[in-house]
Design a protein around this ligand. Structure first.
Ligand SMILES: [Zn+2]
Length: 378
C-alpha cells in the first residue's frame, strides 16, 4: 500500500520537473481533495492537475464550501458563502472578489464542466490549502479540530489509492492497432502519428528487420507500444513446409533478438499469412509448449494491396469496424507499414476515437484469444 503512494508521489515529482510531459503522461493528471478529515466524492468530473495547479469542477466543489452557485450569464458564475462572494469570468480568465480584489487565473471547460484553481475558490472562503505530497492529496482545512496529518493519511490510504486507480483507468473499450512486417523506413511516420494522436499500438516484427532498424525497435518500446514477433524468414515454405517446430524456432530467435535490443521478453506472436490454414495442431502445440501466444486479427484492412489508395484502407477499416463492433468487445486490426497506411492512419484513429474507443497496446496481463482456430492455449 505504501509503495503505491510512493509511486504516485514520484510520478508527481516527475511531472513537476518536466511539465512538458504533463499532457503525455495522463497517469497523474488527477488528484483527490479532502475537506478537513473527509475526502470529497466528485460524482463525474474530478479534480485535475495542470502546470502544478489543482483545478476543481466549480459546481460540484461549491457544495462542499458550501457556497451558493449561480450562473449570472453564460461564462459568468458567482459563488456566495457566509456574506462573501466571488465571480468567475471564464472567457476573461478572471476572478472578482466581493472585497474588490481582482485576479487573473486560468479557467477552463472540460466535458461540459467549468474548472477553477482550488486555491482561488477556497482561500477567500476561509480555507487553508495544504498539499500533502505523500498522497498526493490536497487537503483544505477550516477548523482546528482535525486529525493530525500522518493519521489522516493512514486513515485514508485505501481511499486515496482507489481514487488513483479509478481516475487513471481509461474506461473506453479497446481497439488494438497492429502493424506487421516492420521495422522499415515507414515506421517513423507511424510512430509520429501514434504519438501525435496519443494512440498505442502493437508491432509484429521480423527478426532481420529488427537488426536493420534497432533504434526504431527501441523507440517503439520506449513510447509504450508492444513489441511482438513475426518470424525470421516470413517464408511460407520454410515456416510451414517442414517440421512442426519450425515456426516456434523462428519465434524463439526473433524473441532473442528483441530481448537483446530492448530487454523485453515478448510472448506474443503473429504467424505470417495468418494462422489458417497452415498452423495445424502439431504446429500450434510447439508454440504452446514455449508459452507463446498467437494473435490473428478481427479486421483486415487489406492495406498491403491498397498501398496507393489510402481512402480504400480507411473504407475497409470502417466497414470492418461496423461489422465487428459488439458492445465493449476489443477489436484487433491488421495493418502493414506502408505508404497508404501512413496516409490513412490519422483519419482511422480519429474514427476510432469518435466511436468512443481507445487505441491500446497489447498487454500480456490482459491477454485474450484472437486466433482463427479458437485455440484457447494461444
Ligand atoms: Zn507479415
Amino acid at each position: 500500500m505504501k509503495n503505491a503512494l510512493v509511486y504516485f508521489f514520484l510520478l508527481v515529482i516527475f511531472l513537476v520537473i518536466d511539465s512538458q510531459e504533463v499532457s503525455a503522461v495522463s497517469a497523474v493528471k488527477y488528484i483527490p481533495v479532502a475537506i478537513n478529515d473527509q475526502i470529497i466524492h466528485f460524482p463525474d468530473a474530478i479534480p485535475v492537475v495542470q502546470d502544478q495547479t489543482t483545478y476543481v469542477p466549480v459546481r460540484f466543489f461549491s457544495d462542499f464550501i458550501p457556497a451558493t452557485l449561480s450562473v449570472i450569464k453564460p461564462g459568468v458564475i458567482s459563488l456566495k458563502s457566509k456574506g462573501k462572494s466571488l465571480i468567475l469570468y471564464t472567457s476573461q480568465n478572471e476572478i472578482h472578489f466581493s472585497n474588490g480584489q481582482k485576479m487573473k487565473i486560468k479557467l477552463f471547460v472540460q466535458d461540459g464542466r467549468t474548472y477553477a484553481p482550488i486555491r482561488s475558490l477556497s482561500e477567500y472562503f476561509g480555507f487553508q490549502v495544504h498539499y500533502l505530497s505523500e498522497g498526493p492529496i490536497v487537503r483544505l482545512v477550516n477548523t482546528e479540530t482535525i486529525t493530525e496529518r500522518q493519521l489522516f493519511l493512514e486513515m485514508n490510504e485505501s481511499k486515496i489509492i482507489s481514487f488513483y486507480q479509478k481516475a487513471n483507468q481509461d474506461q473506453r473499450p479497446k481497439v488494438y492497432l497492429t502493424f506487421d512486417d516492420g521495422p522499415n523506413p515507414g515506421i517513423k511516420d507511424i510512430l509520429d502519428i501514434l504519438k501525435n494522436k496519443k494512440a498505442k499500438a502493437t508491432f509484429f516484427m521480423i527478426e532481420p528487420q529488427m537488426r536493420s532498424y534497432p533504434n526504431d525497435v527501441r523507440r517503439l518500446v520506449a513510447e509504450g507500444h508492444y513489441p511482438a514477433l513475426h518470424s525470421v524468414s516470413h517464408n511460407k515454405q520454410q515456416l510451414y513446409g517442414g517440421k512442426p517446430y519450425a515456426v516456434a524456432t523462428e519465434m524463439l530467435k526473433t524473441r532473442k533478438t528483441l530481448y537483446d535490443l530492448t530487454g523485453v521478453k515478448s510472448m506474443l506472436t503473429r504467424v505470417p499469412y495468418g494462422s489458417k490454414p497452415y498452423m495445424v495442431k502439431s504446429f500450434r502445440d510447439e508454440l504452446a509448449r514455449y508459452q507463446f501466444k498467437m494473435w490473428d486479427w478481427d479486421i483486415d484492412t487489406l492495406d498491403w494491396e491498397n498501398q496507393s489508395n489510402p481512402q480504400q484502407i480507411y473504407t475497409n477499416m470502417k466497414a470492418g469496424f461496423q461489422q465487428e463492433r459488439n458492445g465493449n468487445k476489443s477489436i484487433v486490426i491488421l495493418f502493414h507499414i506502408n505508404k497508404g497506411t501512413v496516409e490513412a492512419l490519422p483519419e482511422i484513429i480519429d474514427y476510432i476515437y469518435a466511436q468512443g474507443f481507445q487505441c491500446a497496446a497489447y498487454d500480456p496481463s490482459e491477454h485474450f484469444v484472437v486466433n482463427f482456430w479458437g485455440d484457447a492455449r494461444l
